[in-house]
Design a protein. Sequence first.
Length: 300
Amino acid sequence: MPYDDSPPPTRRARPLSVAAALAAVCLTAAGCGGGPEPGETGAASPRPGANATTSAAPTPAGKQPEPTASAKPLPKGALTGRTVVIDPGHNPGNRDHTREINQQVDIGTGRKECDTTGTATNDGYAEARFTLDVSHRLRALLEAEGARVRLTHDADRPFGPCIDERARIGNEAEADAVVSVHADGSAVGNRGFHVILPAEVKGGGADTSEIVKSSADLGARIAGHFARTTGSAPSNYIGGPTGLDTRDDLGGLNLSTVPKVFVECGNMRDPKDAALLTSASWRQKAAQGLADGITSYLQG
């Protein structure tokens, strides 16, 4: 089926109080649940190498493209002077470069594949396409509030970047917040979003001790706003009632020196979640929920 990636009109991000955000994320699945839109359905299945929560990508030899940033003048707004890095999970070209993305990179506490191909719905809507679409929508919303926004990639390179390079881009930008956008590939019946937070890790080149607390705050605010804006519930299979999951095995988090979280927006392998993820209007809601959470964090 064709997928509409054109963004609907955007609205300005609305900050919420921390208490309201945390209350929203603790809603039960029954209380949050939003259903699929009529005429927009899809089921999900994994692709080879799919594992949305372990994205990584080796740094190709030679000069790499600069992380993408909008060239247009930014308006004055609530986020003027702030820098946000958006990390679209995977790259559509990864599937054609399996040898390169299978190379191991240092994640501070060990070694891991540079990246994976990501997952997809059963009818072929790729996670990498989803993450780029949501990231573009999110960038527009944040820039409307005056934020300087950079993407770690914009499908403007053959594959990657690797997870270590993704972390480095946020670090070098001295970002006030970094959000890595993903969609999961789990079993049918597993539904909802979850937000992955960095554990306290120290080893090799990794030391998250300075960002654990701030990243947890960022993640909680995003989770609360995401639930409220999309109508989706926190995951029923990971992260408990809040949808907040702490991990120490993701290089993109381990190597970050600035506040950073991963957001798994839903499960592409579940038909009901897939119907949402393939809906352009729902993706706009997802971007708005992310923008509201980021704005709340930066103004908190």
